[in-house]
Design a protein around this ligand. Sequence first.
Ligand SMILES: [Zn+2]
Length: 494
Amino acid sequence: MRSTRIDGVSVLWTEAPPPLEVALIFGCGVRDETFRTLGVTHLVEHLAMSTLPRLHHDHNACVDLRTTDFLASGRPEQIVVFLEAVCRALADLPLDRLEREAGVLAAEASEPEHPTIGALLSRRYGVAGPGLAPWRGPGADRITPQAVQEHVRRHFHADNAVLILSGPPPEGLTLPLPRGDRPRRVSGGPSVLAAVPAWSQECVPDVGLGLHSDRHDDVALALAVDVLRERLVRKARHEQGLSYEVALDRCRVGGGQSERVLRVDARGGEERRVAELLWNEAQRLAADGPAAAELAEEVAAAKEVFSDPRHAMADLLRLAEAELFGESALDPQEWLRVADSVTPGQARDAFASAMDTALLAVPDGAEPRLSLPDGSPLPVGGCVRSDQLPRGKVFRPSPLQRLFSAGARRSLLVLGDDAVAMRDPDGDVHAIRFDEIVGVEAHGQGRVLFGRGGCVIPVLSDLFSKTAPLVQQIDQVVPGELRYPVSAYWTDDD
Ligand SMILES: [Zn+2]
């Protein structure tokens, strides 16, 4: 690996055969947004890419939780043109195209993570930072030009970027970006909302198990989770024919924290069995640990991956992220050296302590029976944290709605001193403190409240009657910048 600096941007490269592959990586992703500005990074990326002329070589851009990457491969002179054009666009964004690109974004409707991973991150972190992943937010047409400019100024500059290349930087390469200060991040990473085992029904396609770790380089845990994946492939797919895909992802979320997510899809109607299988296999691994042969198998697989020449760019990416976020990362040799020395007992202990943070997401409607090691039921998680309604002024559905619907007879809203609460048609109580409100969407005279803990409370006239005093109170206590009219892109089906 070689390194240099061009126009203030840190540049890393390796010597691989052509074509030249490059990635200009900015330390800015969805976790740097808020509910109110959700999508702003993606909008910046689209605005920049919209300025490029037609190019005949591979190029692309993407936004994930932590970074925005501009990627290309081609001949050196093509790469020079691409990178200079991207930098010039970022330095002077075509804000006159904002409305059009917002429309493109609404049509694309991409998510930075798989929905199952997003749901687990949002349960872990609430509706902030990495927990924003599954949320749609106010919509791209509700992002102001000022929010776009502020976001670019803070994040898209030479001092928050790293360029990686599969060969030496081409002759004449310039990266004309403004200079800036690397954004300061809370040390220790985002604050965790849910840290103890729970399960919840979510609007997700697959069953998912999320395990939290404060050490992203926990090799013993990494190997144990690999073993669990292999066991599930064998049981869920090969033996029981319940699943096709068993996927393992690791999301680094900042401050050394990571969320490892094992996703298992389920043949229609088998969601409950898949959830029980995943949970029980995880419990068994936490109790008994892996066999030595299983660990050796996973170390051998990792060696194979690291020795593939195509891994060189992945290795540069790891170094780029380490530089952008100030996180140390084991290099492949160190990783393998540690992995070789991990014992089954160490893997078991690492996995058992990660299971103390386990969150299980199951598709809506599935009712698995799950228990903790002491035999007690696995608690239900999600946004509902209490069945107690606060004291305050009560609002109900209209008498006619209550006459015809049992759900309407159960539903009510309460305006308390410092919170709004709702009992939903199922009888669950959702509550949002005023200081936890992350967005208020205006639907004519109605309002939809979004809370940091994941609760959504619709103060809408087709659900509740005579809510004018409640709406007035909300508009008074919630800062103007968090209130916005509903996106023109949403249809009633949304
Ligand atoms: Zn709720």
